[in-house]
Design a protein around this ligand. Structure first.
Ligand code: SAH
Length: 356
């Protein structure tokens, strides 16, 4: 059996035995590649449910937002609808249908690494072109980009305060009667460069996160928009850093579990630092809007009216539609923790949803 075919836990154990502890970022990257490649994690029968899976209203409003922006920015020819990590393709299907109603029919390109999800996406949107990363996207035509719950799945780096120092958080392993146990601990390497000012006063055990992969992808995306025109709408749960805190979490069958157990069998995510992601847009010379709460964003785009119209058309489903509206937008549901941010080319108009 080649190393590639070993169960992920065994493979990580081998890496640790051979090379010493691995970083949290490395652990998270390997775990999620395996996790997404081997299943469809979405929906009631899966591990978690995302906004587009709650209601068609989510994708429709995002699609209309982009169509309206494209029209007000001079209807530039040959636009591309690009989605990062499209899951089942539900958001794209709803967004593209709404765009069609606005006489916009963009070419469709998905950035998706999971073979299992690519197949699901193609079943819904047969004419899609798939990419492993942003680099192979067509280099002409304005980009209308959507990323919902994509950045939270990318690996983060964690530093941990030990005494007066910051050390990279790493993962070791132990053998137990039941098999392998992975454990986080402070690494040997001390980090003293590039820390935010608040690091100076943090207590022992404090954790500081940074998103190397997210920042790189955000900068690549921002540079593309600067060159080709267009905009990106990024929606995720997160905060405006820098901040102290451990946000790495694991979810399986809709319940939180230990991120260091069963690598590759549960969904690992971290809260998105919108400050870091947003700085990449500024660096590329784009306009940056938000982050604003998902509830405010969707309501400004017409969520309440859309819900009322749907309920009128389908009185039998009125209660379910109202429940979905509430789940997407109410502050104690997804309305505040989830946030929307936009990267916009400097010559383009401002998308609706980000200001009153
Ligand atoms: N946007 C969807 C799915 C979110 S789950 C929704 O809202 O329902 C995260 C998605 O990102 C999955 O499609 C997963 O396969 C994809 N993904 C995770 N890491 C990725 C990476 N590094 N590159 C491309 N896609 C990735």
């Amino acid at each position: 059996m080649s190393a590639d075919h070993l169960p992920l836990g065994r493979r990580l154990a081998r890496q640790i035995d051979a090379g010493g502890p691995i970083s949290v970022a490395h652990y998270m990257a390997e775990a999620n590649v395996h996790y997404y490649a081997t299943r469809d994690p979405l929906g009631v029968a899966g591990d978690f449910t995302t906004a587009p899976e709650i209601s068609q209203m989510f994708g429709e409003l995002v699609g209309l937002c982009l169509a309206d922006l494209w029209m007000r920015s001079g209807r530039r020819p040959a636009p591309l609808y690009v989605e990062l990590g499209p899951g089942r393709g539900t958001l794209a299907a709803d967004a593209l249908r709404a765009m069609e109603g606005a006489a916009l029919a963009p070419r469709v390109h998905f950035v998706e690494t999971s073979p299992a999800l690519r197949e699901r996406q193609r079943a819904l949107i047969p004419h899609v072109t798939h990419h492993g990363d942003l680099d192979s996207l067509p280099d002409e035509g304005p980009l209308l980009v959507v990323a919902n719950e994509f950045f939270d799945a990318l690996p983060i780096r964690q530093l941990v305060r030990t005494g007066d120092e910051w050390r990279e958080r790493v993962v070791i392993r132990r053998e137990s009667d039941d098999g392998l146990i992975f454990l986080p601990m402070p690494g040997y390497r001390q980090i003293s460069e590039g820390l935010p000012p608040l690091a100076a006063d943090a207590p022992a055990g404090a954790i500081l996160e940074s998103p190397p992969a997210g920042a790189t992808i955000a900068l690549t995306l921002a540079n593309r928009i600067a060159r080709q025109g267009g905009a990106a709408i990024i929606i995720d749960y997160g905060y405006e850093g820098p901040a102290i805190g451990d946000t790495l979490q694991a979810v399986r069958h809709h319940r939180f579990t230990d991120p260091f157990r069963d690598p590759g069998e549960c969904d690992l995510t971290a809260h998105v630092d919108f400050t870091v992601i947003g700085n990449m847009a500024r660096q590329a010379g784009l306009k940056l809007l938000g982050p604003v709460g998902q509830g405010d964003f969707l309501r400004r785009l017409g969520l309440d009216v859309r819900a009322a119209l749907l309920a009128q058309a389908r009185p039998d489903s009125a209660a379910a539609i109202e429940a979905a509206r509430s789940r997407l937008a109410d502050p104690d549901q997804m309305g505040t923790l989830f946030k929307a941010m936009a990267f916009v080319h400097s010559d383009w108009a401002e998308p609706a949803g980000f200001a009153d």
